[in-house]
Design a protein around this ligand. Structure first.
Ligand SMILES: [Mn+2]
Length: 410
């Protein structure tokens, strides 16, 4: 191992037992490997929650501590808890990011003037209530999304309907996944995600986040707000309002994927949340609230686009959050809380493109895909296609994004 090789935390382990002194026994259901992890080794490991090189991760340590820490990292690599960035275990393939773009690191991505968009995966599903598994989504989407791009090129397939290539001219970097070997609900992973989004937005690039369960959108919004001073709105596609129980006080003990929008609505500089595709509400949903507009079921498909755009004030920067359960289970079987009667993939793409291409987009996330199990492959394909077309509609070269000018060509 070279101190400059980028490493990431392997997600294939579960905690078998934990002692009061912080020692944990980890077990990999995939390989049968069992490992002891001391408290200090875990602290060291968590420095790689955002993929990074040992030379960077240890940069803040005093000089005498670096050599032993580097030896400890080597043993974490040997134990399989750290692996080369971008390589799925045993894949043996060259690291590839979303759509086959090169893998990079957060530090390189934010300082690279050649990038317009930066992709972050979030291996986190501790905020899910019913079925876990969305932490496997980022790599599932990456695996299938390469087929949307012309082989060996950084440009999307030619779309006969658009009369041009998808994402033509967009320069995309992928920093891999944020995750921890031990999932802690509302813990450090969400803070690292907020920090990454803040850094990406602060460098004038569009953050593109692949969840994870929907609770991660709270961290994304925190990052967006930290990076700028203006007000934002959310364009929210979902079967559910995600307003379960009004949110009060501290989000740490309480945030989950079913109440994430009530926490986001509590942010002062979130001015508007416009929800599309909603098919289930609970009694304590706020009646729209002053900030929230609900387009139920298929109403937004039947509505005139100008009517929809009237709910999206033009002065706001808009974050697009797509819960894949907005799609009908026939199109999206692999999600935790499916609800019949949703949009087809085509209807969703059509609606997303009509709205997103007409507004200034400051962030995009897609959440709640379960990347493994029955129906996962075609679900991941649908999610990847929706994501690619959302980004295509949102794309402005970063120079334009920074100066705030509207693109005239799209
Ligand atoms: Mn949701």
């Amino acid at each position: 191992m070279n101190a400059d090789d980028v490493l990431a935390v392997d997600q294939g382990f579960v905690v078998r037992s934990a002692d009061i002194d912080g020692t944990m026994t980890l077990w990999s259901p995939g390989t049968g490997t069992e490992l002891q992890l001391s408290r200090s080794a875990h602290a060291l490991l968590s420095r790689f929650a955002v993929p990074t090189a040992p030379s960077v991760a240890l940069g803040s340590l005093p000089e005498p501590a670096r050599e032993p820490a580097l030896r400890a990292i080597t043993s974490l690599v040997e134990g399989g808890l750290l692996r080369p960035h971008g390589n799925a275990p045993g894949s043996g393939e060259a690291p590839r990011g979303l759509f086959g773009v090169p893998m990079t690191t957060l530090g390189h991505a934010v300082s690279d003037p050649g990038l317009d968009m930066v992709v972050v995966g979030v291996e986190y599903d501790a905020g899910a209530s019913a079925q876990s598994g969305s932490k496997t989504a980022p790599d599932a989407v990456r695996r299938v999304a390469a087929s949307l791009f012309a082989p060996g090129s950084d440009r999307g397939m030619w779309d006969p309907a658009l009369g041009r290539r998808m994402l033509d001219g967009a320069r995309i970097g992928d920093i891999g996944n944020i995750g921890d070997v031990v999932q802690m609900r509302n813990g450090p992973v969400l803070d690292r995600l907020a920090g990454a989004v803040e850094a990406i937005t602060g460098s004038g690039k569009l953050p593109v986040v692949i969840g994870g369960d929907h609770s991660i959108t709270h961290a994304v919004v925190r990052g967006l707000l930290a990076a700028s001073e203006g007000e934002i709105g959310l364009i929210h596609f979902d079967a559910h309002t995600d307003y379960l129980r009004p949110a009060r006080g501290n989000w740490r003990p309480s945030l989950h994927h079913g109440n994430v929008m009530s926490w986001i609505a509590g942010e002062e500089r979130v001015e508007r949340i416009v929800q599309f595709g909603i098919r289930q509400r609970v009694d304590d949903d706020p009646e729209g609230g002053s900030k929230t507009v609900v387009w139920g079921g298929r109403s937004s498909i039947d509505a005139d686009v100008d009517e929809l755009l009237a709910d999206l004030p033009q002065h706001l920067g808009w974050h697009v959050t797509i819960d894949v359960d907005v799609l009908d289970p026939a199109h999206m079987p692999s999600t935790g809380t499916p609800v019949p009667g949703g949009f087809s993939t085509h209807e969703l793409i059509d609606l997303v493109c009509r709205l997103v291409s007409r507004r200034r987009i400051v962030g995009v996330d897609i959440v709640e895909l379960i990347g493994e199990g029955e129906g996962a492959h075609r679900s991941a394909l649908a999610a990847a296609d929706v994501l690619a077309r959302t980004l295509d509609a949102a794309f402005r070269p970063s120079a334009e994004r920074q100066s705030g000018t509207e693109s005239s060509s799209r």
